[in-house]
Design a protein around this ligand. Structure first.
Ligand code: ADP
Ligand code: GLC
Length: 474
């Protein structure tokens, strides 16, 4: 079965968050299970692309409004990522260093989708499944079915995965002429709330949609930034499949980005070696419990609560707690966190920016990882923390509900709280410090966490079964 995954991000080509990790791993595991899964991305002017070799497999041009764009499809020569990787290169729109935040982002992603459709429409081999990830590629199911241009492909199975239902990619009808000619009898499918809404359109038109955890699937009809009713009425088409992690990239015994291996059966020595390296780098005391945060500094992650909550905890446990934050995002939050460096010079450090290698070392060297998320469709940070023997401190939402069990419950290993609030965070930090003092208990929890299996094997199988159920002849 031939599957194309379409997305804006894919690790290690271009990563902003967890979407990249999923798109960079799932196809590899699907291929190991016998599928032919490929990834199609916009071309990005970034390190991986500069250092890899490509062949141009298709050239054409398409019209976006009144402007014609030439484009090429590039195929990576060696399949070194474990799948075929295709990039769509279009000078002027798809040739940039960053993934998001360009003023013409709508044009950028419409152009990406149209170029993909033109290419597979021309290509001899018809895919069995087109698997679209997030709103950037949300118009594909509609265009396949309702534009005469792609009639040959109209019956192709489409699966749409929601990694983040808060972002819809909506735009006004002034950009309608960027789309190719469509059957106007069906144009209403593009619409939600009086505008073109790619996420809503995808939900209406795909054969099946998935959310990246069962709990988040349920939450979409309660909180999805205005699409609640749509998720309610389309509910029968939805399915929750929890993300996995790439256990080759996130391997505590052979990760080149950490200070030394962590043995799942006897984790304490490996944890300590990594904590020492981390504390040395940031001038922190290795003997104190280390609570870290890694992530986008945005409201969904509860990052706005961190300055106040961390100030309170650091005051309350003066001399008894270290905190480290790695992230970038909202400028006010960044500034407030940086300010804490001066307030607590011996026990707190902020690193503003994106640093993949440092993230690995923090998962390995921290005792606790804090995730006070308001919305967390799946969350990968807690899974990496678990794999590296670090106790996750999480708010009970979305995928965090499905993956973390409180250590107070039978078989549990994490610290869970209910509200994204300063009080809930400081209370959980208090529990963490108590737990840290009990070496034997912490040792047991580390072993328990590291024995958990969140690899892609299971979830990739679920996606494969889903494709099969939608393609019964195969
Ligand atoms: P989201 O996709 O919503 O940001 P996830 O938990 O799914 O959240 O995935 C976040 C991914 O991005 C993880 O791989 C995490 O380690 C990484 N990450 C987030 N912020 C940073 C950062 N500042 N530096 C390095 N890695 C980061
Ligand atoms: C999104 C979500 C995150 C999820 C990731 C990968 O960015 O915010 O919770 O883990 O996608 O699916």
């Amino acid at each position: 079965m031939k599957v194309y995954h379409l997305a804006a991000e894919c690790y290690p080509v271009a990563k902003v968050g967890g979407l990249a990790d999923v798109v960079g791993a799932l196809p590899k595991y699907q291929n190991e299970a016998g599928l032919q899964a490929a990834v199609v991305l916009p071309y990005y002017d970034r390190k991986f692309v500069q250092e890899s070799e490509f062949d141009v497999v298709f050239e054409a041009s398409n019209l976006l409004g009144a402007k014609r764009y030439e484009f090429e499809i590039w195929k990576e020569r060696t399949n070194k990522l474990g799948f075929e990787l295709f990039l769509i290169y279009m000078p002027g729109l798809l040739d940039r260093p960053e993934v998001y935040s360009y003023p013409d982002e709508r044009e950028q992603f419409i152009a990406f989708q149209l170029a993909f459709l033109d290419w597979i429409n021309w290509s001899q081999q018809k895919p069995d499944v087109i698997h679209c990830h997030d709103h950037h590629v949300g118009l594909i199911p509609f265009l396949l079915q309702h534009s005469a241009l792609y009639k040959r492909l109209a019956k192709t199975t489409t699966v749409f995965t929601i990694h983040n239902g808060q972002y819809h990619g909506a735009f006004g009808y002034d950009k309608f002429d960027y789309l190719p000619e469509v059957d106007m009898a069906y144009a209403g499918l593009l619409d939600w709330g009086g505008g073109i809404n790619p996420l809503a359109c995808a939900i209406k038109c795909c054969d099946k949609y998935t959310a990246v955890s069962p709990s988040y699937l349920h939450e979409l009809s309660i909180n999805s930034n205005g699409l609640e009713y749509l998720f309610y009425i389309e509910g029968a088409k939805g399915m929750g499949i929890i993300n996995g992690i790439d256990t080759e990239v996130w391997n505590p015994v052979a990760d080149p980005m950490i200070a030394g291996p962590i043995d799942a059966k006897e984790p304490d020595a490996g944890k300590l070696a990594n904590k020492q390296a981390l504390c040395e780098r940031f001038g922190l005391d290795v003997n104190k419990p280390l609570v870290s945060f890694i992530g986008r500094l945005v409201i969904e992650k509860g990052a706005d609560l961190l300055p106040q909550a961390l100030t309170q905890s650091l005051r309350e446990h003066a001399g008894d707690l270290n905190v480290l934050v790695l992230g970038a995002g909202d400028k006010d939050t960044e500034a407030a966190l940086v300010q804490l460096n001066e307030q607590f010079p011996d026990s707190y450090k902020t690193y503003i920016g994106y640093n993949e290698a440092l993230a690995h070392l923090i998962y390995a060297g921290s005792d606790f990882l804090l995730m006070p998320s308001r919305v967390e469709p799946c969350g990968l940070n807690q899974l990496y923390a678990l794999r590296y023997g670090t106790v996750p401190i999480v708010r009970r939402t979305g995928g965090l509900i499905d993956t973390v069990v409180d250590f107070g419950d039978e078989g549990g290993y994490g610290i869970c709280f209910n509200q994204s609030s300063v009080d809930d965070i400081t209370h959980s930090v208090r529990r963490a410090i108590e737990l840290y003092k009990n070496h034997e208990h912490l040792h047991l929890l580390r072993k328990r966490m590291m024995a958990l299996d969140f690899s892609w094997t299971q979830s990739a199988k679920q996606y494969n079964q889903l494709y099969e159920s939608l393609n019964p002849i195969i």
